[in-house]
Design a protein around this ligand. Structure first.
Ligand SMILES: Cc1cc2nc3c(=O)[nH]c(=O)nc-3n(C[C@H](O)[C@H](O)[C@H](O)COP(=O)(O)OP(=O)(O)OC[C@H]3O[C@@H](n4cnc5c(N)ncnc54)[C@H](O)[C@@H]3O)c2cc1C
Length: 393
């Protein structure tokens, strides 16, 4: 008989795990929102999936998004100076999570994975632990449901690093080559302009990461669609003139009434396993590895860890899932988590001189520019540049 696995939460982590595990195990997913509620709900992220994540999605047979314009590059501007356009080795793609999550849930259901649409509360979790061979907590940043121990070295913050302000817009002429457009305004925050796909077609995401209580942090209290659009337009005009030039005044609007978001949270990294009633429980994705979105790594990290958890569970498929299994999963993910988190936390601080020097070289040297673009696909490369003394030769 196949071992039974309960995945709580069907976001990036839970869904990739469901695809990966469904052949070898008896998988049940519990998700608090139905596909329709997700589809009709608020946007949740900006979700750029870089090459390695897209390759993992292929590896696990996740449906592909054909005929979409792919993200080929990263444009970098500091202050009002455009430095360079770095080309990605493999293209990236951003699909509105409302579209991808609802589609994957329906596809998995059609392939025999069992879904239950209900909210798991802490009081019910012990019953799940009793009833399944393994429970995986994939509840995202509202989680975890269980007290996975905090890794203090990787969790130095007591307040959010940025206010995240996101809108999915129509009426912006895309940049060329099509890419993520990063503008760093020292001390104030950043703007990420991201081409994305929604159920209604292509959009441009404007994603401001504002240093709290500084000049970019100007969306406080805005709850209405029209007010959000007007504030975004005036903010772009004032701080991001190159993007403003590409806005078509009469077409500039949010793509739907739920396509804007304001959120701030404290990054925290936890050890991804623990024992409840002597039984192993694991976590995957934001519920255990929660970083600030400033480097766009959350979904990519969730996908990486889902693959490592899959590989661990396959290796230990025929033995008891115990401390060795949990430790093996943590050992497979630790280094990558450290690199993503170290780079992400450093990006939210004033950039060190040697990093600014590296970025400036990108303006003269296309090889360096392409190397910066590669940071987003392969965070170990970014970590090497930010922390040369910590990297073993
Ligand atoms: C503004 C913003 C921009 C971002 N941009 C990027 C980016 O460009 N690139 C990138 O890689 N990452 C980005 N991220 C991060 C990325 O969205 C997350 O890291 C990723 O979605 C994490 O996936 P997950 O499966 O862990 O959690 P989620 O996607 O949050 O999924 C968790 C799921 O669990 C369900 N759930 C929660 N609690 C319960 C419960 N008690 N019972 C049942 N179900 C439950 C939820 O309904 C949800 O469906 C961004 C995040 C934000 C906030």
């Amino acid at each position: 008989m196949k071992k039974s696995i309960c995945i709580i939460g069907s976001g990036t982590a839970g869904l990739q795990l469901a695809y990966a595990l469904k052949e070898n195990f008896d998988v049940t997913v519990i998700e608090r929102r139905s596909p329709d509620q997700i589809r009709q709900g608020r946007i949740m992220s900006t979700q750029v999936h870089f090459g390695p994540t897209r390759n993992r999605e292929k590896r696990f047979g996740m449906p592909e998004w054909k005929e979409q314009k792919l993200i080929e590059s990263i444009h970098v501007t500091i202050g009002d100076k455009k430095l360079f356009t770095g080309m990605l080795k493999e293209p990236a793609l951003s699909i509105d999570q409302r579209l991808s999550y609802s589609h994957y849930i329906e596809d998995l259901t059609s392939k025999g994975v069992s879904f239950r649409f209900e909210k798991v509360i802490k009081e019910n979790i012990e019953a799940l632990i009793d009833n399944f061979d393994l429970v995986i907590d994939c509840t995202g940043k509202t989680g975890p449901l269980l007290p996975f121990p905090i890794e203090e070295d990787l969790s130095p913050f007591k307040t959010p690093l940025r206010k995240c302000i996101v809108g999915y817009f129509l009426g912006i002429k895309p940049n060329t080559p099509l890419g993520v457009n990063v503008t760093v305004l020292p001390e104030l925050g950043e703007m990420f302009e991201i081409p994305a796909i929604t159920e209604r077609g292509p959009v441009t995401i404007l994603f401001i990461t504002a240093v709290p209580n500084n000049k970019l942090d100007v969306f406080k209290g805005i709850k209405k669609q029209e007010e959000f659009t007007l504030k975004m337009k005036s903010t772009v005009q004032k701080f991001f003139p190159e993007i403003y030039k590409r806005i078509k005044e009469d077409e500039f609007t949010l793509c739907d009434e739920n396509s804007f978001l304001q959120i701030a949270f404290i990054p925290v990294i936890r050890r991804p396993y623990l024992f409840i009633k002597n039984k192993l429980v694991v976590g995957c994705g934001d519920s255990i590895f929660l970083n600030d979105p400033i480097t766009g790594q959350g979904s990519n990290l969730a996908s990486y860890c889902a693959e490592k958890l899959y590989e661990t569970l396959i290796e230990y498929k025929d033995s008891e899932w115990d401390a060795q299994t949990g430790e093996s999963y943590w050992n497979r993910t630790k280094q990558y988590v450290k690199e993503v988190t170290g780079w992400t936390n450093a990006m939210a601080m004033p950039l060190p001189e040697h990093v600014i020097h590296f970025l400036l070289q990108g303006a003269q040297d296309q090889v360096k520019a392409d190397a910066v673009a590669e940071w987003f696909s392969n965070p170990a490369k970014a970590y090497q540049v930010f922390f040369p003394s910590k990297v073993k030769q």
